[in-house]
Write a protein that binds this ligand. Structure first.
Ligand code: NAP
Length: 231
């Protein structure tokens, strides 16, 4: 092999095969989790929905079909390679703290948007750690934490009549190997593309941007997504 080959930069679109990974979704009985579970399972991924109550997860999984299984959040975390966190911000810290052991060694993908709502609409909250993703990283020292899937519409994700969801998924994390995995997962869903968008210290802006998207949706009666141009 020549030195040119050794030093050639890796093509950022050269992503790993993730088809064998088991994806768990904590809070997978909710709109966002159920929608992600549906899309990933439809793309051929093995998916396990998690819930605080195993029966709720089992019944959500049975409704989805596609080989999706349901379990309590702890078993979901234990059995999965990649674990998406799709619980409300209110329950975020408590849920992750209680699953520290089960999530050790796992790739944890946070999609939580800390938002407040008042009569003027949605607004971004400011978590003490900087962002939900950084809170996850602080609470889960033995896990690999990434952040993604914040800007997806749960309505579109769950709508079986929608075949493609044309949007980019901003993926953040500390390890390229991990963000590559998450980008590859996003890319399995027709119309979606995972785009690397920086380290977790920049997750706050990505999480907060959902407040703007909610304003867009209200004004234009839409389910807006995002495209990053020129990449
Ligand atoms: N909805 C969207 O369009 C969307 C888009 C992007 C990102 N997100 C993010 O995804 C997350 C989930 O959104 P969602 O709309 O799906 O929320 P949700 O339906 O209110 O909650 C999701 C699930 O979390 C569990 N849960 C509720 N309260 C909890 C608590 N205190 N502790 C632990 N688990 C709790 C519930 O499942 P069990 O009762 O079965 O445990 C519930 O079904 C949020 O953080 C949101 O910011 C949402």
């Amino acid at each position: 092999m020549t030195s040119t080959q050794n030093t050639a930069p890796k093509d950022p679109w050269d992503l790993p095969d993730v088809s064998d990974l088991v994806v768990g979704v904590l809070g997978g009985t909710g709109d966002q989790g159920r929608g992600l579970a549906y899309r990933l399972a439809k793309a051929g991924q093995k998916v396990i929905i998690g819930s605080r109550a195993a029966e709720r997860a089992e019944s959500a999984a049975a409704e989805l079909g596609l080989g999706v299984e349901g379990a309590d959040n702890a078993e979901c975390a234990r059995r999965s390679d990649v674990v998406i966190v799709a619980v409300p911000w209110d329950g975020h810290a408590k849920t992750l703290e209680s699953l520290r052991t089960e999530l050790a060694g796992k790739l944890v993908v946070d999609c939580v948007n800390p938002l407040g709502f008042d009569k003027k609409g949605a607004y971004a909250l400011k978590p003490e750690e900087g962002s939900a993703a950084e809170q996850a990283a602080a609470l889960l020292p033995d896990s690999r934490v990434a952040a993604a899937f914040h800007h997806l519409s749960a309505v579109l994700l769950q709508d079986a009549s929608v075949e493609r969801i044309d949007t980019d998924v901003m993926v953040l994390g500390e390890s390229r190997a991990d963000t590559d995995i998450v980008q590859a997962l996003a890319g399995r869903i027709p119309g979606m593309r995972g785009v690397f968008a920086g380290r977790l210290r920049n997750a706050h802006q990505v999480e907060s941007l959902v407040a703007n998207l909610i304003s867009v949706n209200r004004r234009y009666k839409a389910h807006a997504g995002l495209r990053v141009t020129d990449v």
